[in-house]
Design a protein around this ligand. Sequence first.
Ligand SMILES: Cc1cc2nc3c(=O)[nH]c(=O)nc-3n(C[C@H](O)[C@H](O)[C@H](O)COP(=O)(O)OP(=O)(O)OC[C@H]3O[C@@H](n4cnc5c(N)ncnc54)[C@H](O)[C@@H]3O)c2cc1C
Length: 481
Amino acid sequence: MPLSAAVLSELERIVGPRGLVATPEGRMTYECDMHTFYKGAPDVVVLPETTEQVAELVRLCRREHVALVPRGSGTGLIGGAMAPLGGVMVSLTRMNRILELDFENRSATVQPGLINLWLSQATREHGYYFAPDPSSQMVSSIGGNASTNAGGPHCLKYGITVNHVLGLELVTGAGEVLRVGGKVQDQPGYDLTGALVGSEGTLGLLTAVTVRLLHEPEGVKTLLASFSTIDNASETVSAIVGAGIIPAALEMIDEVVVRAIEEGIGAGYPKGAGAVLLIELDGPMAEIDEQSARIVEMCRSRAALEIRVAKDETERTLLWKGRKEAAGVFGRLSATWLLQDAVVPRSRLPQIMREVQAIAARHRLVIANVFHAGDGNLHPLILYNDLVPGELERAKAANDELLRACLAMGGSVTGEHGVGLDKASSMPFQFGEADLAFMARFRRVLDPDGIMNPGKLLPSHPACGEAFKPAAPRLPAGTWI
Ligand SMILES: Cc1cc2nc3c(=O)[nH]c(=O)nc-3n(C[C@H](O)[C@H](O)[C@H](O)COP(=O)(O)OP(=O)(O)OC[C@H]3O[C@@H](n4cnc5c(N)ncnc54)[C@H](O)[C@@H]3O)c2cc1C
């Protein structure tokens, strides 16, 4: 149901005429995130500049029983920041300021629309940085990172976003402004900060985020090791982590992706190898040298074809450019693909990588791989041609098998991208009915009328029973859960 003229004019009164996008072509820009399978344009997009405006918007939408979809930079890979039921999308891109840098307490407070990389750029000259580094860090927002609990190559050693968020300001689905956590790490009572991180806009809108800043390490060493097979590379990853060494990053890139990176970016990766490991160590120089000698030995004993240490910052930057911009060259492999984000316990990496190859062969598809190997967080890229009848169906079947194989090994349906619309129906594979019912009850406490990001995160499954019915009868059937 389109929004009434009265609601539209109230929205405009709150954010001003420059803060409202209502034209069809303008709204279309917001119809999907980077998972372009799922499309749904909002009825209107609003771009608030203050927490007070956000609270007013929520109260208006609550009164009118209109769905609300928060959006950061729209780089999500889950069908999260899109509006399957229409409604109001709240883009946080104009709330992009650093509110406070507090080096004494090693913390920063920022507005949610601040781009991840901008924070490290602002703090680096003082010797500090923000550790969570999703490969999208040049464009994704800190509010989006906190809402999806983003990971990244360097999260192996330093932890994912939830380990770096100290406090949050949230406008709940009821229109209240909550402030949880703070600069002091030890907070009494329930860990509400932890509960809000990863909530994907289903509990409210984050309007400020206080994060931990880390000291720049004394030294960094980046190694590249190539192997003739994925198996040898996977065994090496297992050996490194099994030996108690936690590199800052430990990434794997297979032959298919290396070829595309070299054609598109030219990062200096060796062509023809079955797999490449990008290994980064950081910390005190003495420790790095000792660990890198052990890692070189482990690579050699697993038949590494080449082991190279980046000789300077220029070469290191280029090696990382290849990895971080890999998604930009996927189009060279295929116009259409499915990207999985499942996880296995890292000790099962060699096994799951054999399974990935077996699944690809069974479904007569190419599955390319570039992923956070040290975390066991796979990103198999299932290539298909949508002009070939039946190929999309085979790709979906392969995707499903992969997910189930990861779960059978004790893994998880998502490592870092989140759930969104894409994986809401996969949640029952991992969680029991009681767990899901509890999550739904928790959601309802902060979003009593079910207006926040409907259709995302929790499954809409008739078998799940009463706990999953939306509280607001005036929203379309099947809303939020
Ligand atoms: C090339 C590429 C590489 C990527 N690499 C990684 C990676 O290494 N690791 C990783 O984890 N992800 C990665 N991603 C996925 C994506 O960048 C992350 O999920 C990121 O955290 C999303 O941030 P965003 O600002 O784009 O959020 P959006 O996509 O706009 O939103 C994501 C979700 O959070 C909600 N949301 C956004 N802002 C708020 C807010 N202020 N309050 C409440 N809810 C909000 C939205 O409703 C949505 O559900 C990658 C994506 C691309 C395209």
